[in-house]
Write a protein of this length. Structure first.
Length: 248
């Protein structure tokens, strides 16, 4: 069982702009820079997703902002919260900016995050050879919450019950083999607990946490019991601990 997070949300979205040359040409390099200095970047945070192409109409937005670019720097032109647009509803519904999503499901095509309208304008310039290139850097702030155990195959909890662990507790004679059966698998505050009990009806049990059970499976030994003697485990592959490193 892998440890992850139960909820996530996209908090903020940013666009940063860095200018560059369309192609280097010594003849009109200066013209290129002059045109860039006159450029205007119009932006408007848009909580909806019903527009795909920006133009001069962006200037009619009541939250429109205009920016000039830096000739040798990176400038932030958009810094806005994101909202989920539920496309399958009628009318389309826009959720609040702090809505959480369940990490067990991918966000589908019916749910789309909003962004911003973007329009770059260079007044009086028509020749394409003079146009600079704008590199757009997109940044997303994603928040995760509530540690949880996720992505578990549904059959594991059933398959682990009844798994066998056979060990020679006191020597190497075949008649000394002792068999244990997994009777329970549970999630506890400290992680996980695998409990094995003897199959011959006599008292005796073994309890392993997540890391111990993984090492029983990997090294084929009894771990903390019976001085780490050789053991044979027959059952589904246990949950590998996050960050586990094999012993040297």
């Amino acid at each position: 069982m892998q440890q992850g997070f139960q909820f996530w949300r996209l908090n903020r979205f940013r666009i940063r702009v860095q200018p560059g040359y369309n192609s280097y040409n010594q003849t009109y390099n200066t013209v290129n820079l002059d045109a860039l200095a006159a450029m205007q970047i119009w932006t408007a945070a848009d909580p909806s997703t019903n527009e795909s192409i920006s133009g001069v109409s962006i200037k009619s937005y009541n939250n429109a902002k205009v920016h000039t670019v830096s000739l040798n720097g990176i400038k932030t032109v958009v810094n806005t919260k994101c909202r989920i647009n539920q496309q399958s509803l009628s009318p389309k519904t826009i959720l609040s900016a702090n809505s959480w999503l369940d990490t067990s499901e991918d966000i589908g095509s019916d749910n789309v995050y909003s962004g911003a309208q973007f329009f770059a304008q260079m007044n009086g310039v028509n020749a394409t050879s003079y146009l600079p290139v704008l590199q757009l850097i997109l940044e997303y702030d994603v928040e995760f919450k509530l540690p949880a155990f996720q992505n578990r195959p549904s059959a594991f909890e059933a398959d682990i019950i009844g798994a066998k662990l056979t060990v020679v507790p006191d020597g190497s004679q075949p008649e000394e083999l002792r068999e244990y059966t997994c009777v329970s698998y549970s999630i506890v505050p400290s992680g996980m607990d695998y409990r094995f009990e003897r199959t011959d009806g006599l008292p005796g049990s073994l309890n392993y946490d997540q890391e111990e059970m993984w090492e029983v499976y990997v090294y084929r030994t009894s771990g903390q019991y019976f001085s780490n003697r050789p053991a044979d485990y027959t059952g589904p592959i246990p949950r590998k601990p996050v960050g586990w490193v094999p012993a040297e």
